[in-house]
Design a binder for this molecule. Structure first.
Ligand SMILES: Nc1nc2c(ncn2[C@@H]2O[C@@H]3COP(=O)(O)O[C@H]4[C@@H](O)[C@H](n5cnc6c(=O)[nH]c(N)nc65)O[C@@H]4COP(=O)(O)O[C@H]3[C@H]2O)c(=O)[nH]1
Length: 634
């Protein structure tokens, strides 16, 4: 049995001052209970009726309520109902108190939310024990609720983290999938036109060939090259060129049937594969249709552009039984179409095959020739027409094939050098060789002599281009002002930042820049003013027409006038007659080169001419002296 001292000791352990509300209409009962509870350290709040109790809980929340069942105004059940109906007081444990002679409706007491009941006469130990139990239970319940709350919050936090991680994972997955799709797309499609690229095209054609092989079917490959794309791209810039290629791609798509494919191989080259339903003539019909569409003007940025095309056709199984050989055949046939005046198509033939092989061989032989030192430079004098004096020479590439007569002029192989990329090492060699030669002429006393070197656009776009020119000038100890680089209009028209910077740097170094073949390209005043160009070289095709072609004559006059107004030097190329000399001089062009003066000659011959000029400056060594027929010789 619990003694009063046990209870007192328990009280020491208990957290102090738990609040107990006693509701009883009998003052003696209130006093007794208050006395018992006060003694045990509770903070006791008596209320003599239900209303008072309900008011009290609005301001102070008790930890437990002892509630008399029978009270005059509002009985204990009603008070209990009201307390349970309020969320703030719902959890307060309520112990009903009733007298033994009163009828306690236990079911109603528990149903209304009471946790226990005590029957009078009260025993202090019982009251205290029940209070202690229910306070402890409440304490436990609150602790549990708190833990549940904490755990729920933690769970929600974890769930949110998990959801976030899931979302992130899903987004990453999506991003990876999109990146994979992009990479896959880029690996198979041309970014500019959206057409399949070479890889996808080859794959498709390989499948088509396999199918044709099984069914005994036929295929055609059409290699399409745009005739004037390069010119348009050079003249009007990349943006216009790119848009034009997109329009061409659309146009080609529209020319095809379902099942046929078109791809862009790069640059202005497209290829089409056709499943031939009937004879090989199907291909000719489609080629004509494509040529007709390409002949229509394309409108880009207010320019009406005529691009035209040349087509080569290779057939399966006649011209090859795999993609590579069919592509080679169509490519070779396309070259012939171009040579035959463009705007037409050609089927692959054995003769074309022979020519293609010859070109391939020429590339191989040129590579070998370069390695075996068979390339040489000849120098064509550039002459002041007033004095007849040579002031400079243009270095022109020649190929000396052992045992095959005179050197081959570079017109016969420069295109192959460009196509194969050999022009890069060759161009570098030309630059060094020409500068070394000028050094020798300077050392021999011809100190005012200059040198002109042709540059391929491909050299110009090389990353180390400027550095290599500087290195060569340093090696040879030449002043940059003695070097004249001949560039094409295309280089000036590609107005990329890099290009402009390179041109300006060359100008700053003191190198003279001449625009070669002037008049055949865009010939705009605008770019001439914008770049550090020093001289124009009138293309020989116009010089040839002086006197005979009014158009050419007018053009030459206009170019000279334009150069004068821009304070540019002007030099006429391909001067072959005295009549041309007179005309040019009369119109203010005083510099020339051409067969009238001399062909390109070996360095020692030019040295002889310079020497003659040195010893008898008044004697003009030109045609009057029968020198015009001077052949190119070593
Ligand atoms: N009918 C006629 N022709 C004349 C006359 N005077 C000179 N020629 C020829 O016309 C071409 C002039 O050179 P280009 O316009 O710079 O045209 C050059 C130039 O663009 C390019 N080329 C020559 N050497 C090099 C080089 O070292 N590097 C690069 N990138 N291109 C070069 O090859 C083109 C052709 O060179 P070549 O065959 O040497 O042909 C030379 C020259 O032999 C003439 O009075 N009448």
């Amino acid at each position: 049995m619990t003694t009063a001292s046990d209870i007192a000791r328990d009280n020491v352990d208990r957290p102090p001052r738990e609040r107990i509300l006693i509701v009883d209409d009998t003052p003696a009962n209130l006093r007794l209970l208050k006395h018992i509870l006060d003694e045990h350290g509770y903070s006791v709040h008596p209320a003599s009726d239900g209303e008072t109790a309900l008011r009290f809980v609005q301001s102070t929340l008790p930890d437990l309520i002892l509630l008399d069942v029978i009270m005059p105004a509002m009985d204990g059940y009603t008070v209990c109902d009201r307390l349970k109906a309020d969320a703030r007081t719902r959890d307060i444990p309520i112990i009903f108190i009733s007298s033994a002679d009163q009828e306690l409706d236990k079911v109603k007491a528990f149903a209304s939310g009471g946790v226990d009941y005590i029957v009078r006469p009260l025993q202090a130990e019982e009251v205290l024990a029940r209070i202690k139990t229910h306070l402890a239970l409440r304490h436990l319940r609150k602790g549990l609720e708190q833990r549940v709350l904490e755990r729920t919050a933690e769970l929600m936090e974890r769930t949110a983290e998990l959801l976030e991680a899931n979302d992130k994972l899903r987004a990453e997955n999506l991003e990876r999938k999109q990146a994979e799709e992009r990479i896959l797309y880029m690996a198979h499609y041309d970014a500019l036109t959206g057409l399949p690229n070479r890889v996808l095209f080859q794959d498709r054609v390989t499948q088509a060939i396999a199918q044709a092989h099984r069914n005994g079917g036929r295929l055609a490959l059409l290699f399409i090259d745009l005739d004037y794309f390069k010119h348009i791209n050079d003249s009007l810039g990349h943006q216009v060129g790119d848009r034009l290629l997109q329009l061409v791609a659309d146009c080609l798509r529209q020319c095809l049937r379902e099942g046929d494919s078109v791809a862009r191989l790069g640059g202005d080259e497209f290829v089409v594969s056709l499943i031939l339903l009937h004879a090989g003539d199907d291909a000719a019909w489609v080629a004509q249709k494509i040529l007709a569409s390409l002949d229509q003007p394309f409108v880009v940025a207010n320019h009406e552009l005529h691009v035209g095309g040349s087509i080569g056709i290779g057939l399966y199984p006649d011209d090859g039984d795999d993609v590579e050989s069919l592509m080679r055949a169509a490519d070779a046939a396309m070259y012939v179409a171009k040579e035959n005046g463009r705007g037409c198509y050609r089927y692959f033939t054995p003769a074309i095959n022979k020519r293609a092989r010859q070109r391939l061989e020429l590339g191989t032989r040129l590579r070998r020739a370069f390695a075996q030192d068979e390339l040489a430079l000849h120098y064509q004098p550039q002459v002041d027409m007033e004095s007849g004096h040579i002031f400079s020479a243009e270095a022109l590439l020649r190929w000396r094939q052992p045992g095959k007569g005179g050197p081959i002029p570079c017109g016969a192989f420069i295109e192959i050098a460009e196509e194969t990329g050999l022009i890069l090492p060759i161009g570098q060699w030309v630059l060094r060789q020409a500068c070394q030669q000028l050094r020798l002429w300077h050392d021999a006393g011809h100190v005012a002599m200059r040198i002109a070197v042709n540059l391929s656009p491909r050299q110009f776009y090389q990353a180390n281009f400027l550095a290599s020119i500087k290195a060569i000038l340093e090696e040879t100890g030449l002043s940059p002002t003695m070097l004249d680089l001949e560039i094409t209009e295309g280089v000036l028209l590609q107005r990329s930042e890099d290009n402009i910077a390179t041109l300006k740097e060359l100008g700053n170094m003191g190198i003279q820049l001449s625009v070669d073949d002037f008049g055949t390209g865009y010939s705009s005043l605008g770019y001439l003013q914008r770049f550090p160009v020093h001289a124009l070289k009138i293309d020989q095709s116009f010089v040839r027409g002086i006197g005979s072609s009014p158009g050419d004559t007018a053009l030459v006059t206009a170019i000279i006038a334009m150069a004068q107004s821009l304070h540019l030097k002007v030099l006429a190329e391909g001067v072959e007659s005295l009549e041309q000399v007179h005309f040019l001089k009369a119109h203010g062009c005083l510099a020339a080169q051409g067969y009238y003066y001399s062909r390109a000659v070996a360095a020692d011959i030019l040295a002889g001419l310079l020497h003659e000029q040195e010893v008898s400056p008044t004697r003009c060594a030109w045609p009057g002296n029968g020198e015009m027929q001077r052949e190119e010789e070593e």
